[in-house]
Write a new protein. Structure first.
Length: 141
């Protein structure tokens, strides 16, 4: 009478677990880079939206609207005079570092940007980076 056993040996299990470990070691850094890119892209869209909102507020209210970039680390703030209209903490919302070439921009009542020449806002999370440029006329690209 023979006894038949079905199952796996310890060696087979070790080999399968080793292969799975190697696949995870390859996949996890790539997945992290993709997630970082998504966060940076979302933060850049948020910056573009805030700048467009500030320009629209200046045109609609027929008064200057300022955008302060990095008044607190990673924060963009839209204000009309001393009144803060909108504030977004990009560092907390998207987990990005915010760099800039200037600390503020003002849209005049006609929607033109003052202090916008060569304004760049750099958003970074690990290896993922995106830059939002503002033209001297206040247009965002």
């Amino acid at each position: 009478m023979s006894v038949s056993r079905s199952g796996y040996t310890l060696l087979e299990l070790v080999i399968v677990l080793t292969i799975i470990g190697i696949l995870f070691a390859i996949a996890i850094p790539r997945a992290q880079l993709v997630l970082d890119g998504i966060s940076v892209h979302a933060a850049a869209d948020d910056v573009r939206s805030l700048l467009a909102s500030a320009r629209t507020l200046a045109l609609a209210g027929r008064s200057p609207v300022a955008v302060d970039i990095g008044s607190a680390p990673g924060t963009l703030r839209i204000r009309r005079g001393p009144e803060v209209l909108l504030s977004r903490n990009l560092a907390a919302l998207h987990g990005v570092d915010v760099g800039r070439t200037r600390d503020s921009l003002t849209y005049d009542p006609h929607g033109l940007g003052h202090g916008a020449a060569n304004l760049s806002i750099m958003l970074r999370r690990r290896a993922a980076v995106e830059t939002v440029f503002v033209s001297r006329f206040g247009r965002v690209r």
